[in-house]
Design a protein around this ligand. Structure first.
Ligand SMILES: Cc1cc2nc3c(=O)[nH]c(=O)nc-3n(C[C@H](O)[C@H](O)[C@H](O)COP(=O)(O)O)c2cc1C
Length: 170
């Protein structure tokens, strides 16, 4: 049976090429609010969010993130950062949950987005922290490019029955 919420989840894809149209401040705020609604271990919320609209900054980031081709055209990037001292064991999980909510909030507003890993690769973390002038206690976790995608993408069916262990054990 079709369910619009499940269809929404299944239709999210990553987009890496964007038009020049800038998401509105309201759309940006909606994504940040969605990030803050993500679950957080012990409800500590150790994430910070850096909103980047500057092409110049994105090109600097592109130089140090060899896989982030989406930075070439993205009109907007959000960097999800963690404050490990607040939640030593779970800050990464909380940053992942927040990143996922940003992707869904982009999708819900007709925007395309792509998650790029930063943590735990020191060779990305160090230069990205310098470009963004992060304080010592803040770690860049993910880089999310956002905009209006140039092309549509179809959902992909990835359900793999061989990975489902339905009898309560392996
Ligand atoms: C932790 C993580 C790191 C990723 N890093 C990159 C990246 O560096 N460059 C990129 O183009 N996509 C990156 N992606 C996006 C994946 O390539 C993408 O999610 C995957 O190919 C599945 O495609 P879909 O998102 O369209 O379903 C990353 C995704 C995750 C979850």
């Amino acid at each position: 049976m079709s369910n619009q919420y499940l269809d929404f989840i299944h239709s999210r894809r990553s987009f890496r090429q964007f038009t020049e149209q800038q998401p509105t401040d309201e759309q940006i705020e909606n994504m940040l609010r969605a990030a803050c609604s993500a679950p957080s271990s012990r409800a500590i919320y150790p994430c910070h969010f850096i909103v980047i609209k500057s092409r110049e900054t994105m090109l600097e980031l592109r130089k140090v993130h060899e896989k982030a081709i989406a930075l070439d055209t993205a009109p907007l990037t959000i960097i999800v950062c963690g404050e490990p001292a607040l939640s030593e064991l779970a800050w990464r999980d909380d940053c992942a949950a927040a990143s996922m909510n940003i992707l869904y909030a982009a999708h819900a507003q007709g925007l395309g987005a792509c998650w790029h890993g930063i943590f735990p690769r020191e060779y990305r973390m160090t230069p990205i922290s310098a470009i963004l002038k992060l304080p010592e206690n803040i770690v860049p976790y993910s880089l999310i490019t956002i905009g209006y995608a140039i092309k549509e993408k179809k959902p992909q069916l990835r359900y793999d029955q061989s990975k489902m262990h339905m009898d309560g054990c392996w």
